[in-house]
Design a protein around this ligand. Structure first.
Ligand SMILES: *Cc1c(COP(=O)(O)O)cnc(C)c1O
Length: 385
């Protein structure tokens, strides 16, 4: 089976992890801050807070922004459930904004329309989670403009997008958002096994997230309500969690991020080759906005069902039968039973549902060979007829 995504672990990665295992610190040592500095410097952010998953990063980002009961979080239906669940963790309510038919990202026009209506009804969102689906950045300039106009905060869920750029600046530099989140799950662009990171240029948000990932505890006298009782002293000033990343994970991350730009370049090369190989087939290849340099976590095609006799499901199954580990990103979140129970209807977000009826993620990862890519395309050609 050729998977849709997989990690590369080099001897250098293994050596980096072994070194930590033999060192004094397995957690709360020097590697996590080193990893945070490396990623922050690479993407051009002031602060980075490493945690045990992107899901945790989304959660503490929402808490740090003050999201709570009575508030609304909006996001795209075309994302992993975690982009929406982080709102529910905080006791907020969740709603969705339909996607743009070309980028499959949250549509700024649909957002503007929904905001006008929400304002009239007094239900404006407090937080918007802008998901860079497949690694292609959302229209952040338009989203930022609306956030100023309507007073909501913006989290970029860049789980697919580390190493990508928007208007020439690395995603994570935070020009158009409050906080950016990366995922280091093995199928993503660089990995720490499990792991995530929240980046921000805001000093206050950064220190709040640092506390929240470790029980809400501070050892900084400046953040305490009184002088320390002694050198042992710490204070719990927030209700936090244990979302810490281990030193082993950080060491792996440091080693991986050394190859980040190379990985994204190879993903682009493979994407260009797919574009060419698929030219004559009845599929829509990923459209790229000129402002964007995608991280290319995913290469998603859409079937031209009007031109073929096979159904979406038949093509998908035929590919799996031929050993191609295709996938579908994503089942629109509002159709999940947990969200249906909140009253969402399947056809509330028609553009997302159209996508769901046609989309297939083809294998894309740096170790995919040109030969394997040709095999994928041959299998697709057969599956379509
Ligand atoms: C993978 C992913 C997450 C969750 O990442 P974890 O690190 O597995 O918690 C969140 N949002 C999106 C868009 C993702 O792809």
């Amino acid at each position: 089976m050729i998977p849709y995504g997989r990690q590369e672990i080099t001897d250098q990665d293994i050596a980096a992890v072994l070194e930590v295992l033999k060192s004094d610190y397995l957690t709360q040592g020097p590697k996590v801050p080193e990893f945070e500095r490396q990623v922050a410097d690479h993407v051009g952010a002031r602060h980075a807070c490493a945690v045990n998953s992107a899901t945790s990063a989304l959660h503490i980002a929402c808490v740090a922004l003050g999201l709570g009961a009575g508030d609304w979080l909006w996001t795209s239906p075309l994302t992993f459930v975690a982009s929406a669940n982080c709102g529910l963790y905080c006791g907020a309510q969740v709603d969705f904004v339909d996607v743009d038919p070309k980028t499959y990202n949250l549509c700024p026009e649909a957002l503007a329309k929904k905001l006008t209506k929400a304002k009239a009804e007094g239900r404006l969102p407090k937080v918007l989670v802008a998901v860079h689906l497949t690694g292609q950045p959302c229209d952040m300039a338009a989203i930022f403009e609306l956030s100023r106009q309507y007073g909501f905060r913006v989290i970029e869920d860049a789980s697919h997008a580390i190493g990508g750029k928007y208007q020439g600046a690395f995603i994570g530099s935070g020009r158009f958002s409050d906080i950016t989140v990366f995922s280091f799950h093995p199928v993503k662009i660089v990995t720490t096994a499990e792991g995530g990171m929240a980046l921000t240029n805001d000093d206050q948000l950064a220190s709040r997230m640092m506390r929240l990932r470790s029980h809400g505890i501070t050892r900084d006298p400046a953040e305490m309500t009184q002088e320390p009782d002694g050198p042992w002293y710490y204070q719990q000033v927030d209700l936090g969690f244990n979302y810490r990343m281990t030193e082993l994970q950080a060491a792996l991350g440091i080693s991986q991020v050394g190859r980040l730009d190379q990985y994204v370049a190879r993903r682009h090369e493979l994407a260009r080759q797919y574009d060419e190989l698929l030219q004559e087939l009845p599929v829509i290849t990923p459209w790229q906005h000129p402002d964007s340099y995608s991280g290319f976590h995913l290469y998603v095609i859409r079937l031209r069902l009007d031109l073929i006799t096979r159904s979406h499901r038949e093509v998908f199954e035929a590919l799996r039968d031929r050993g191609i580990g295709v996938n579908l990103h994503y089942i629109p979140v509002h159709t999940q039973p947990f969200y249906q129970a909140m009253g969402f209807e399947r056809d509330d977000f028609p553009e997302s549902m159209r996508y769901y009826g046609e989309a297939i993620s083809l294998p894309l990862f740096p170790l995919l060979t040109d030969q394997q890519q040709v095999e994928v395309v041959a299998a697709l050609k057969e599956a379509l007829t």
